[in-house]
Design a protein around this ligand. Sequence first.
Ligand code: SF4
Length: 338
Amino acid sequence: MKGLPPWWVFKGFAIFPPKWHTSRFVNRIFLEGPLQAPLKFFFWQARVAAKELYLMEIIQAQKAGFCMGVDLALRKLDSLIENESEQGPIFILGSIIHNPQVVRAYAEKGVITVESPEEIPAGSRVVIRAHGIVKAVKEDLIRRGVAVTDATCPKVREACRLIEKHAQDGRMLLLYGEATHPEVKGLLSYAEAGAFVFDSGEKCLQKELEPGRKYCLAAQTTQDKEIFASISDGLQARDNLDLTVLHTICNATRQRQEEALRLAKEVDFVIVAGGYDSSNTRRLVQVVEAQGTGALHVETADELPLDDLKKYARIGLTAGASTPRSIIDEIHRVLEGL
Ligand code: SF4
């Protein structure tokens, strides 16, 4: 609960009880005369103060939810489902996005999620998700007569193109990312001149690099730009290192993290919505907590601890890049009802 509003707010309510505010008498005497502007300002201030006293405020991040790449991938999948002229079951290699509610909704529409390409029979259709795919796996699917719809995010595709171009020039890839992430596996498949993957600046800077060899440095699209810049500076400070730096980090992640940081400074607590296996959602929780503000990661509105949340005057709401609008709206609606 915030501090008390100034004394004149209470006095104002005593002089003009709420019924009077709309009465004709008050309108004639006060609100249409020379006192119009100061009185309007007075009532506006009174409303704000009363709201601060009695109501919880919910501040929602503007960039919460789907990024461009996820939105595009789901649109492609939707249009494939709706296209009745094409036959054959639709497969996804790995979850279409890191959100179990969305995956379940597509399963109900007949979309089959599999973990290995061998499970996709010839004559069927497959959608490649926004993270992309290992180059050889895609080529094999096409060779086996599977109709491939490539929904790889344009930014991931551009990263693949740059890595492939520099590999053809003989440059070994130094890739900042999580080795087990599907996007990283896809990016590595384009690094034909060799690659080294690392998940921290220390690991990269400790790596012995061969003199006379050519390198290129890139990052998984969802990595932190500041950390990447410090890795890049560290490598470029080395003498006689032939290094090209590729800027492959996507702004969508950064924008969400910057907003989460701003929210953390403005509110008492932050709700972060998104799948538990979504790494960009988990990172938003870390960003908030690093500011000393409490945060809770939920997948749906059912998981909100309503009684605990009532004690906060200002709650922030944000969501990962794979969280659907319907889930964010539902959480907002439930919080507003507190
Ligand atoms: S986070 Fe960026 S790179 Fe990844 S899918 Fe979204 S828009 Fe594409």
